[in-house]
Design a protein around this ligand. Structure first.
Ligand code: M1P
Length: 239
């Protein structure tokens, strides 16, 4: 048996958008016939916003918040909570106040998730259009990279990852996606594990999981650029 593991944003769905119906129609029959897990930085509520219920129901497990939660068939199997560091939270408030981003800011800029914090200067409540505007501005002005560098120096006990396009994932060391590799190997000591993600390279938010898996025997990494490539890979493999 092979165990498949998928990142969500940029892999099963476009970033922060629902799975397309075209994708669902082709993916669901494949999913029903295989053992598969999700490994995402997003929390379970966002998985529910982005994936249709029949797709969620047919996954064997959903690791959320970087593997700090595991849901199976809608049931919470475990969660690993953290204490949120007040000094760090104050620094995040300061970065939000002092940003040079010239456009409108939105709410939910410090999102406390189980086991991690997601910080977004523009705020997670921005529209898709505003998200694109900030992404373009940040690509030119490197605000997130600068914040990442400052905070990494000051708080060595955390990893600061630029997982998506508008935010920074802040994770206590050892509580990142890499832990999912160990959880799966414990459940499946001998099976082949195949992981598909769109950011498996150093600096990407799939890297820790890819890196831990590749240290193990009988694992395979598939770097994809988008959901279409996932389908191509799975359907070609099935032929
Ligand atoms: O799954 C990738 C990332 O997706 C979102 O990032 P952003 O909103 O910055 O594009 C976040 O959910 C982030 O935590 C996650 O790593």
């Amino acid at each position: 048996m092979t165990i498949y593991v998928f990142d969500m944003d940029g892999t099963l769905t476009p970033a922060r958008l629902p799975m397309t119906e075209e994708f669902r129609i082709k993916f669901l029959p494949w999913l029903k016939a295989h053992t598969a897990y999700i490994a995402t930085g997003s929390d379970y509520a966002k998985v529910g916003e982005q994936l249709p219920q029949d797709v969620i129901d047919n996954f064997d497990g959903i690791y959320g918040s970087m593997g700090n939660t595991l849901f199976q068939k809608g049931k919470l199997i475990y969660k690993k909570e953290i204490d949120y560091d007040e000094n760090l939270l104050n620094d995040l408030e300061d970065f939000r106040k002092s940003t040079k981003y010239p456009n409108r800011l939105f709410g939910n800029y410090i999102e406390k998730r189980i086991g991690m914090i997601n910080f977004s200067v523009i705020g997670r409540e921005c529209t898709y259009e505003e998200r694109e505007k900030y992404t373009e501005w940040d690509n030119k002005n490197c605000e997130r990279k600068q914040i990442q560098a400052i905070l990494s120096k000051k708080y060595s006990q955390y990893d600061f990852e630029l997982g998506g396009n508008i935010s920074i994932d802040i994770i206590p060391k050892g509580c990142g996606k890499g832990q999912i590799a160990h959880s799966l190997r414990e459940k499946f000591p001998n099976e082949k594990i195949v992981f598909m993600g769109d950011r498996t390279f150093p600096g990407g938010n799939d890297y820790a999981l890819a890196h831990e898996l590749l240290k193990m025997d009988n694992t395979q990494l598939v770097q994809v650029e988008n959901p279409d490539e996932v389908l191509q890979h799975l359907l070609c493999e099935a032929q």
